[in-house]
Design a binder for this molecule. Structure first.
Ligand SMILES: NC(=O)c1ccc[n+]([C@@H]2O[C@H](COP(=O)([O-])OP(=O)(O)OC[C@H]3O[C@@H](n4cnc5c(N)ncnc54)[C@H](O)[C@@H]3O)[C@@H](O)[C@H]2O)c1
Length: 294
């Protein structure tokens, strides 16, 4: 595999593009929203510079990575790829329509992957005529740093496709772990109820934001509190994942807490919107992320 296309340049898409570029793949990063595409490019440049400053990569590796990424708003220009990874908002209808279009327009051997946090890979595969070549490739946030790729087999994914994605993940120096296709897979099935419970505790006045996060960090050894983590993931993303699990697993314990819904309705989405459970001015935001991941 050499040519990788990434659809969506938000929180996850720009990190995925950056990671492939660093390992010398030819990357095309596409977003329907040109402002978001520009933001994605700025984030990549800033993150590469930060890696140079921390001596994690050399100046020339950063320059090389920059040269490996083409930013585009032209959907047709991304189709000729070995792998297309869909990284758009957590919405089944949207993802399904993209999978349908990719299936119609990409070469027959192109693998189509989704970075979805919770949506059925089997249902996405059913929107295509290449069900064996559809797979979940779930990177963790922030992508350049986190080692895990949760690889999700649909009921149709071929062994050949899974093996290719495992090899590819290893080429990115990630650790792929394979799971079956259930709502929320493993990572979010276990993480999201904890985040939702932390929000419920805040809503009921059990403790304030800092103490909830502090208790989970100091008492459980978590590197980051659940409310901080929710802000990093995006509160809209957390809400969507819980809704997919509620719908798919039919258990009321996955119902998003009303405070989470209220914050999302008020545009408070966490780090990406500047406010969530914490308030992020630009400098605070940088400090928050670098403290956690240095
Ligand atoms: N945020 C996280 O921590 C995290 C972690 C793992 C997986 N995910 C999953 O990754 C996916 C993306 O999440 P995110 O947090 O990056 O979202 P985001 O809101 O930051 O970015 C989504 C991007 O998709 C773009 N987009 C929307 N419709 C599009 C279309 N039709 N064509 C092209 N681009 C389109 C938007 O303009 C936006 O830039 C979701 O499925 C989410 O569940 C998120």
């Amino acid at each position: 595999m050499k040519n990788i296309s990434v659809i969506g340049s938000g929180t996850m898409g720009n990190g995925i593009a950056q990671t492939f570029a660093l390992f010398n793949f030819n990357v095309k990063l596409y977003d329907i929203n040109s402002e978001n595409l520009k933001k994605g490019e700025q984030t990549i440049l800033k993150n590469l510079q930060r890696m140079v400053n921390k001596e994690k990569i050399t100046e020339s590796e950063a320059e090389n990575s920059v040269g490996n990424i083409e930013y585009t708003s032209d959907f047709n220009s991304i189709l000729n790829a070995d792998l297309v990874i869909e990284v758009v908002s957590e919405n089944f209808k949207l993802k399904k329509s993209i999978f349908k279009e990719l299936d119609l327009k990409c070469p027959k051997n192109t693998i189509i992957a989704s970075n979805t946090s919770s949506i059925s890979i089997t249902k996405l595969a059913e929107a295509t005529t290449r069900k064996d070549k559809v797979i979940g490739m779930h990177f963790m946030n922030p992508v350049p740093i986190m080692k895990l790729v949760e690889v999700i087999n649909s009921k149709y994914t071929s062994k050949e496709t899974t093996d290719m994605i495992i090899t590819l993940s290893e080429q990115l120096e990630k650790i792929p772990l394979v799971v079956n296709d259930f709502p929320g897979f493993i990572s979010n099935r276990i993480l999201m109820p904890m985040i939702n419970e932390a929000i419920e505790s805040l809503d009921q006045g059990v403790a304030d934001v800092k103490n909830i996060d502090g208790i989970m960090k100091l008492g459980m050894g978590h590197p980051m509190g659940p409310l901080q983590l929710a802000d990093l993931i995006g509160l809209d993303v957390c809400k969507s994942i819980l809704e997919v699990m509620l719908d798919g697993l039919k258990n009321p314990k996955y119902r998003p807490n009303k405070l989470l819904i209220e914050l999302v309705n008020n545009g408070k989405l966490g780090i990406k919107s500047g406010e969530g459970f914490y308030d992020y001015s630009d400098s605070k935001k940088a400090e928050f992320v670098s403290k956690r991941f240095s």
